[in-house]
Write a protein that binds this ligand. Structure first.
Ligand SMILES: Nc1nc2c(c(=O)[nH]1)N[C@H]1C(S)=C(S)[C@@H](COP(=O)(O)OP(=O)(O)OC[C@H]3O[C@@H](n4cnc5c(=O)[nH]c(N)nc54)[C@H](O)[C@@H]3O)O[C@H]1N2
Ligand SMILES: Nc1nc2c(c(=O)[nH]1)N[C@H]1C(S)=C(S)[C@@H](COP(=O)(O)OP(=O)(O)OC[C@H]3O[C@@H](n4cnc5c(=O)[nH]c(N)nc54)[C@H](O)[C@@H]3O)O[C@H]1N2
Ligand SMILES: [Mo]
Length: 765
């Protein structure tokens, strides 16, 4: 498949570039004209909820409540291309392993269940009942602790609830999820300090806030609908401050593509009032600088008899650990802060001054904070800053982790969790009359270790592309096929399918935009977004093939073929009517899902019970916790000559391992992903030059040789020592053991690497 090229340009986020980006995908995927009608229904009550990111869906929606990237995802899924059984007849799996990620998915939607045939090294069409029967028989003979039930954050609450139930009825809690590679740091870190594993704000807070602070999140690409409320903050005189090693266009300026005047006049909104290019891994120090400046301002106020700067009443009533923390910050020197953050005292004082001049502050963060070896400390430090002035749990203020997959947060809410303490096992026991497994299950990092050691013998994947998404890809590719069974529930062909286990199935499912008709009639599903609001979602499109099944029906099919009959477990009834599953969810989680079916289509969704939103701290002490840092960075290695901190990021033309194309227009990179971005000064010091080919070599001292070659050097505005390249290509460089200390989230930002020149200069692109 060829991509129809349209001219691209870098420029403000949004604007004509975003429309061009859409037109390109529309052409490339040959989406049907009717797909445009589907876009109109995106993210609106009784429409369907975007399959891309988890950014909240407002009650007062726009005429087009979708963004460039949400629309890309819809168009990409609603392609007219089909990856039919005949396609597999023409290609061996070995041959397909030589294809690029983009080309695999561009074959289009999978249409029939496929079974791997080792003799011909091809996937061959099979029937659903045969597939379920063999999967069930294989699962029954395996040790139940040796099976992993992975979920990527796509599937709705109903299918996810049943998937978790399937694993537990089967006999394990091996339910790792994509958030293990993503916001697990939030689930663990935020829970530890404010007692809530998710963000604390809702739309109304965003509408009232005076200051938005961004740490390591890229709204222009990863949550573009955020640009609208960001612009609104600016329009009403509020401010935005960004901390990010890269100057990301969405944090610099924006033209609303839905605002005709702005589009025609090119009038941009300047987004960030201050932009601080902290070095990778330097946020602990930057935040220490901010906190120190705030404390100094308070000390000065006390000395001079002025109004207090700290929210002392809040600190007194709601927090613990303040005195130790304040003492540590006072004792930390500016020289050390400047060195670790690569920001000046002056710049940090300017940011602190803006923080102090505003009453209501919201802190937003993403992978720049979570995917670090000390990711939990990043989050604890950000919380410290917010606690100093009571900026949590009051109107217009709070902390908002910007989540990834559309229902990644919701899947955790309804039981996809490897830790038993996160699941109401008593309820499950009572509802389904069985003894839930007591042992904690595997996290994704442990699952990969288990694969390497041979203790993991089978993996079921509800969505996702695990082989491509995890660190240490060479290890993963070597051990994944040794499994007895691999089952992938997917919409598109991806690299994980190309490493089949001894028994291997690809089970094609409906996409959320498609009509899901079961015995009880057309069904709706539901999702939870970043503000913990629950929304119903109804697909209207005709399915890509009449042989697709819904994710829920596939889960039920596997379950029925695997488990002993249990009169309380009614897979057929639940498949016929998803409303019955919502009733079960409500019975299991009554505080969160009261009146679930009645409230399914409430405009703007209904809110789950988040304690920290109203200053109820579900921590051990019952208070919000000030954390005293023991170090000023979030690294697990020291600087050394020739060692760089590699940040792996997403382009504007991808959704995780789904590569729509080769245009990262905000960063001005076109036609390739094989690049490393580096500051001019670093390029000169390393004796390199623009477009030179280099190899990145992991510089983590564990005896393994990890390298990625053929990358062209591109000069870019970055702090010294921080270099950038793309995920998932770089996963081959990341050691599995390089992860957050508490949550084990792989540290995909700040990977220690060396650069080896390949000598031969590349051609001009
Ligand atoms: N278009 C698109 N949208 C997506 C996705 C996608 O792939 N494509 N993925 C979805 C998913 S699953 C997720 S989790 C989210 C991810 O959304 P984001 O959290 O925005 O993820 P990234 O783009 O990986 O990285 C975010 C930013 O962190 C910065 N950064 C790197 N290191 C540091 C650091 O040490 N400190 C600071 N302060 N910043 C740093 C990078 O420069 C980058 O701008 O997006 C979701 N939405
Ligand atoms: N180096 C590095 N590694 C990273 C990251 C990074 O920033 N740097 N980010 C990490 C993060 S934040 C995440 S979330 C993970 C992502 O890891 P995953 O969630 O495992 O990967 P995705 O690329 O989102 O999965 C894409 C596949 O999902 C399937 N799919 C799409 N829609 C549906 C659907 O509706 N239902 C079903 N059943 N399947 C569907 C398609 O077949 C598609 O090929 O990667 C992580 N890995
Ligand atoms: Mo993610």
């Amino acid at each position: 498949m060829k991509t129809k090229d349209l001219p691209e340009e870098s420029g403000p986020a949004g604007g004509w570039g975003s429309l061009r980006g859409l037109a390109r995908i529309y052409g490339a995927a040959d989406s049907e004209i009717a797909a445009l009608d589907t876009l109109r229904r995106q993210n609106k009550p009784h429409g369907f909820m975007c399959m891309s990111c988890a950014w909240p869906k407002p009650a007062n929606y726009h005429a087009f409540e979708f963004c460039e990237n949400g629309a890309k995802m819809t168009l990409w899924e609603l392609t007219t291309h089909r990856c039919r059984p005949e396609f597999f007849e023409g290609h061996t799996v070995e041959e397909l392993r030589g294809w690029k990620d983009h080309d695999l998915e561009a074959e289009g939607r999978l249409t029939a269940p496929m079974r791997y045939d080792a003799a011909t090294d091809r996937y061959v069409e099979t029937g659903w009942e045969e597939a379920f029967a063999e999967i069930g028989a294989t699962l029954r003979r395996l040790d139940h602790e040796s099976v992993v039930f992975y979920a990527s954050g796509h599937a709705g609450l109903e299918a996810s609830y049943l998937y978790a139930l399937l694993a537990r009825l089967y006999g394990c809690n091996n339910l790792p999820q994509s958030s293990n590679m993503c916001h697990e740091t939030t689930s663990v870190g935020l829970k530890r300090v404010i007692g809530s594993p998710v963000g604390t704000i809702v739309w109304e807070d965003l509408e009232q806030t005076d200051l938005l602070m961004f740490f390591g999140q890229n709204p222009g690409t990863c949550s573009p609908r955020f640009l609208h409320p960001m612009k609104a903050v600016k329009d009403r005189g509020g401010h935005i401050i960004s901390f990010n090693p890269m100057r990301e266009q969405g944090l610099v300026s924006f033209i609303d593509p839905q605002d005709m005047t702005a589009m025609l006049t090119g009038k941009e909104t300047v987004i960030s009032d201050q932009y601080h290019q902290v070095r990778a891994g330097g946020d602990v120090a930057a935040l220490a600088g901010l906190c120190k400046a705030v404390l100094e301002a308070d000390d000065a106020a006390r000395r001079d008899g002025g109004a207090r700067v700290l929210d002392t009443a809040f600190i007194e009533e709601h927090t613990t650990g303040f005195e130790d923390f304040a003492a540590a910050m006072r004792a930390t020197g500016w020289a050390e802060i400047e060195r670790e953050s690569a920001l000046t005292e002056e710049a940090l004082r300017a940011a602190a001054a803006m923080y102090l001049s505003t009453d209501k502050v919201i802190a937003a963060y993403g992978m720049g904070l979570t995917q670090q070896a000390g990711g939990w400390l990043n989050i604890a430090m950000l919380t410290n800053l917010m606690l100093l002035r009571g900026n949590v749990g009051r109107p217009g203020a709070g902390i908002t982790p910007v989540r990834g997959h559309s229902n990644v947060q919701g899947q955790r809410t309804v039981g996809i969790a490897e830790k038993t303490k996160l699941v109401p096992m008593d309820k499950l026991r009572e509802l389904f009359g069985f003894e839930p497994p007591e042992k904690d299950g595997t996290h994704i990092v442990d699952a990969v270790k288990g694969l390497a050691e041979g203790s993991v013998r089978a993996t079921i994947s509800l969505g996702g592309n695990l082989v491509r998404a995890v660190p240490d890809r060479n290890l993963m590719e070597a051990c994944w096929p040794r499994q007895e069974l691999t089952v992938m529930v997917s919409t598109k062909l991806n690299r994980s399918h190309l490493f089949p286990g001894k028994v291997a199935y690809i089970l094609p499912c409906l996409s959320r935009a498609e009509e899901d008709v079961q015995e009880g009639g057309p069904q709706a599903v539901s999702i939870e977004e970043s503000f913990a609001m629950i929304h119903g979602s109804t697909g209207h499109r005709e399915p890509a093939s009449d042989r697709l099944m819904s994710e829920l029906a596939i889960v039920a099919g596997i379950a029925k073929a695997t488990l002993e009959p249990n009169p309380k477990v009614k897979w057929d009834d639940w498949t016929a009517d998803y409303g019955k599953v919502r009733d079960l969810i409500e019975e299991t989680y009554p505080d969160d899902f009261k009146g679930f079916n009645e409230r399914l289509f409430e405009p703007g969704g209904f809110h789950r019970d988040i304690g920290a939103h109203r200053r109820e701290w579900r921590t051990e002490s019952g208070k919000a916790v000030f954390t005293t840092p023991e170090r000023l960075n979030s690294l697990d290695f020291d600087d050394a000559p020739g060692r760089y901190r590699l940040v792996t990021v997403r382009s504007n033309d991808q959704f995780n391992t789904t590569i729509y194309g080769y245009s990262d227009r905000f960063r001005g990179i076109e036609g390739t992903r094989d690049v490393i971005l580096m500051s001019e000064a670093d390029i000169a010091e390393a004796g390199l030059h623009r477009d030179q080919r280099v190899t990145l070599v992991c510089d983590f001292d564990d005896g393994e040789d990890r390298r990625l070659g053929g990358l062209a050097v591109i000069p870019y505005d970055l702090p010294r020592g921080t270099i950038v390249s793309y995920f998932p290509e770089c996963n081959v460089l990341i050691p599995l053991s390089h992860h957050d200390e508490l949550s084990k989230t792989p540290a995909s930002k700040a990977v220690p690497v060396r650069i080896e020149a390949e000598g031969v200069a590349a051609r001009e692109p």
